[in-house]
Structures are given as C-alpha cells and as structure tokens.
Design a protein around this ligand. Structure first.
Ligand code: PEP
Ligand code: MN
Length: 263
C-alpha cells in the first residue's frame, strides 16, 4: 500500500519537529472551545482536536455536545486558521462532518474494533478526499488495526495516519492503556510510509506520563503527538485526569526532541 508521502496532511510540520495535534477530549461549550483554540493558535500546534460524539464506557456520563460542536470547530478554523479534527463512529457522523468542512477525521479505538462500523464509515467516504487517522483498537489486535486501515485505504484515501493510543488490559499497570510498543512497531514495519502519531494522553491516563510517553514514541520514529488539552483540566467533563492546560502543553512540546529514527 502506498500512502501520500509528498504533501501528506500529517507531514506539514517543519523538518525535525513533531506534528502536534492538541485540543480538548470533548468540546464542552463554545467558550471552552474558543478559549482553548485561542491559546493553542499561539503555539506550535498544527491540528486542533475536539470530540463532539463521545464513546463513554458507562451511560449517564457526558456523551458529547453533538452537532453544534461542529459549528464551534468551524469558528476555530475561520478565526484562528487552525486545521480541525473530530472523531467519527458511523456513516451519519461522516456526512455531518463533511458538510461542515472539518479538515481531518479520526476513527476511535472503540470503533476500530468493529469491522461493520469501519466499513460503514468507509462507505460514507467513497469518492471523498479527506485525511483520516485510525486509532488502534482497544484490544491488542494488530490484524484489526490493519483491517481498519485497509478498509479506509480501499476508498481511495491515501492521506492516512495511524494513532497509537495504547491497549486496554485487565492487569493493573502504571498506564491507563498499556502501550505494547511492539504492536505499532509491527504496523510500521508493514506500512513503512504510513505516518504514525502517539496519543500519550490515553496511554498514560495521567498528566505526569505524557512527556515520557511522547518522547519514547519520537525515539521510535513517530511523526507526531496528539495531546488532550483543556483550559481547566481538573473540571473537564471527560478524561479530567489526563488533560493538560495550554501552558503545560507548551512546556511538554518545547522539551520534546526528534532524534534519529530507530526503526
Ligand atoms: C478520544 O480521543 O478522546 C477518545 C475517545 O479516544 P480513544 O478512542 O482512543 O479512546
Ligand atoms: Mn479523551
């Protein structure tokens, strides 16, 4: 499989810099989205992320703001010139997101596990040229991750990236989702030109491990990081323990070093 290598949306950073995707786990209010974007537009951030449909493990949690969040992302794009990205989990989401001119779509870990859902997304993407990022499935199954990438690739989209967000495990560890680094290394060995981005926020599950997990990924030759960033992380409506504020993001990114790839 040949991915877009020359003008890939995921290789827009300067040489020697990681691609930085940042923004809140969830779009919560127009003010929260605009406040976050205003801060991130002043920093080395290439793509603004925010989830508007949230796949929560339990009912009665905040399940996302829905369609009006797309309008807020539209404002971020117009007013700050940031590219914007959100998660899609079904064909209807894809239609809505494309209507609003969202720049980048991502498929979440709970969707990558389900070939029916991934195929429905792929069907909605037929003939559309939009960059798509595909998170690993929640379980450590390389074939499912590859299968999801293949389903989207088969629509004709070559501007793809993989996101490594760790794997859930019953065993307790210092991570929320164990990184099992060997799995993305095998993915990368298979698809050498596919950009790969680390999501240290969902791997770590806490703020402290975001820097070391990001640096480890860059040391393995990853192209970028996706870091959940919220103006008031402690009071976030989802993933409060792992989000950082814009100042902390700036500090993390400033300390990251792109060393020679060890792939
Ligand atoms: C997210 O990015 O906020 C998210 C829901 O992630 P994941 O699909 O990796 O759990
Ligand atoms: Mn999250």
């Amino acid at each position: 499989m040949e991915f877009n290598n020359k003008d890939s949306f995921f290789r827009r950073q300067q040489a020697g810099q990681p691609l930085v995707i940042a923004g809140p786990c969830s779009a919560e209010s127009e003010e929260q989205v605009m406040q976050t974007a205003a801060a991130l537009a002043q920093q080395q951030v290439h793509i603004f992320r925010a989830g508007i449909w949230k796949p929560r493990s339990r009912p009665n949690s905040f399940e996302g703001i829905g369609l009006k969040g797309l309008e807020w992302l539209g404002r971020v794009k117009r007013e700050f010139g940031l590219a914007v990205a959100t998660e899609v989990a079904n064909g209807k989401h894809v239609e809505e997101v494309l209507k609003q001119g969202i720049d980048v779509l991502w498929i979440g870990a709970r969707t990558t596990v389900n070939p029916f859902a991934v195929q429905e997304i792929a069907d909605a993407l037929q003939g559309v040229k939009v960059p798509v990022m595909i998170k690993n499935p929640v379980n450590p199954d390389l074939a499912l991750w590859i299968g999801a990438i293949e389903r989207i690739y088969n629509t004709g989209i070559t501007d793809l990236a993989a996101i490594h967000r760790g794997f859930s495990s019953y065993q307790k560890s210092k991570y929320r989702n164990a990184p099992f680094w060997q799995i993305p290394i095998e993915l990368k060995a298979r698809f050498q030109s596919l950009p790969i981005i680390v999501d240290p926020s969902h791997i770590a599950g806490n703020r402290e491990l975001i820097f070391p997990v990001s640096q480890k990924a860059l040391d393995l030759g990853y192209d970028g990081v996706m870091i959940e960033t919220h103006p008031d992380p402690e009071n976030a409506l989802s993933d409060a323990e792992q989000q950082v504020n814009p100042a902390a993001l700036k500090d993390i990114v400033s300390r990251l070093q792109v060393r020679k790839s060890t792939y």
